[in-house]
Design a protein around this ligand. Structure first.
Ligand code: SAH
Ligand code: DHB
Ligand code: MG
Length: 226
């Protein structure tokens, strides 16, 4: 880790203590993910809290997440809903889903959160009937980002919010001739965000415990009349 990255990490720790103030369950979830050998690629505490704040702002009662891992971001999102809220999260890897299921139960959210195991592009047609969603958080396999944004547009209610993780990846995103399918698809997803007349969109770069990365965030406006 460079000195710069070390400082980002220390600033995140300061913010976690003074303003993010995660409930104890988040540390327990991270510990269980580590024990289970899951990759350390969950959102950071301050990023998880950002998702939570956005979910509260739209008074989310129906949330879709694509990419569960161990359920860390899932719990940040689900705890932003009233007790009648529902969250569906899509995960390809049965082993990740098992860890997430236990973490979600530990957080007392088993009755509000449903994990669908399988490739998201296979489970999304089925999940569509559970929409429209107040919030869609996309954080799965990056080569499908464009397809996931297309689904999110279809399944979001007016007034909802769409968030896409990992849009900067150490600046890789500005490489127009990249042959990396993750970069190509993320650039296409950002163009969709920028061009869709229904969306009010931005993207912000982030530094911190997760290095240099960023989110694209869109507010979904009223449906376009034909
Ligand atoms: N949102 C999580 C991190 C997700 S990591 C958090 O912040 O806590 C990305 C996850 O997407 C991994 O668990 C990976 O198994 C899953 N994934 C990869 N390809 C997928 C696919 N095609 N459909 C659904 N999930 C997929
Ligand atoms: C990776 C995936 C993520 O969702 C993330 O936030 C960081 C890294 C990855 O696949 O490397
Ligand atoms: Mg991510």
């Amino acid at each position: 880790m460079t000195e710069q990255e070390q400082t980002w990490l220390e600033v995140d720790r300061y913010l976690d203590g003074v303003i993010v103030r995660p409930a104890d369950v988040f540390e327990a979830i991270t510990a269980r993910c580590d024990e289970a050998g899951l990759p350390a690629i969950a959102v950071s505490p301050s990023q998880g809290k950002l998702l939570h704040v956005l979910a509260r702002m739209v008074q989310a009662r129906n949330i879709l997440e694509i990419g569960t891992l161990g359920g860390y971001s899932t719990v940040w999102l689900a705890t932003a809903m009233e007790s009648d809220g529902r969250l569906i999260t899509l995960e390809y890897d049965e082993r990740h889903a098992d860890v997430a299921r236990r973490n979600i139960a530990m957080a007392g959210l088993a009755d509000r959160v449903e994990i669908r195991v399988g490739a998201a592009l296979d489970t999304l047609p089925d999940v569509a009937g559970r929409g429209p969603f107040d919030m869609v958080f996309i954080d799965a396999d990056k080569p499908n980002n464009k397809a996931y944004i297309e689904w999110a547009l279809k399944l979001s209610r007016p007034g909802g919010v769409i968030v896409l993780d990992n849009v900067i990846r150490d600046g890789e995103v500005i490489e127009p001739t990249s042959d990396d399918p993750r970069v190509i698809s993320t650039r296409a997803a950002l163009e969709l965000f920028g061009n869709d007349p229904r969306l009010v969109s931005t993207a912000v770069q982030t530094v911190g415990a997760k290095g240099w990365d960023g989110f694209a965030i869109a507010w979904v406006g009223p449906a376009q009349s034909a």
